[in-house]
Design a protein around this ligand. Structure first.
Ligand code: RB5
Length: 152
């Protein structure tokens, strides 16, 4: 798969490990930075990865910051992106099966490398179920860029 990955300074070490894991598994990985533990603002990196997914340059995105929370908030501002912060394999699978999530965000300061590898592998290999879930994902898409709109 074509995957774009990114991190801030807090997520840099785990991002490097996940990147190597994905490359060794045969994925085509584009690194949007950061490239060191020097401080960087996470929304900038989230925007780059989310933009790549929204444009179709990447099929999926991976973002790492200290908690994964800021990255998810920022990535979800980009239309077409459904970013989820995930700490377990079970939630990675559910985010794909029911939510058709296309960006996974990880807590670089909280989860072990092995857990992160398992989460990303599950996220990338689990299919969206469609059906009634497609209706709900379409409702989410219909709310993009329409402040205050509610689903009827
Ligand atoms: C950086 O200190 C930290 O705020 C950031 O990595 C992330 O956890 C934000 O959500």
């Amino acid at each position: 798969m074509r995957i774009t990955i990114g991190a801030d300074h807090a997520g840099f070490p785990l991002k490097e490990a996940v990147k190597a894991h994905l490359v060794s598994a045969g994925h085509a990985v584009t690194d949007a930075g950061a490239y060191s533990t020097d401080s960087v603002d996470y929304p900038v990196i989230a925007g780059a990865v989310a933009g790549a997914v929204a444009s179709g340059d990447a099929e999926s995105g991976v973002l790492v910051c200290g908690t994964g929370l800021g990255m998810a908030i920022a990535a979800n501002k980009v239309a077409g992106v459904r970013a989820v912060q995930v700490n377990t394999v079970a939630f990675a699978e559910m985010a794909r099966r029911h939510n058709d999530a296309n960006v996974v965000t990880l807590a670089g300061r909280s989860i072990d490398e092995g857990v992160a590898f398992d989460i990303v592998d599950a996220f990338l290999s689990t299919a969206f179920e469609g059906g009634r879930h497609q209706v709900r994902v379409d409702q989410i898409s219909g709310m993009e860029c329409q402040p205050g709109r509610t689903v009827s």
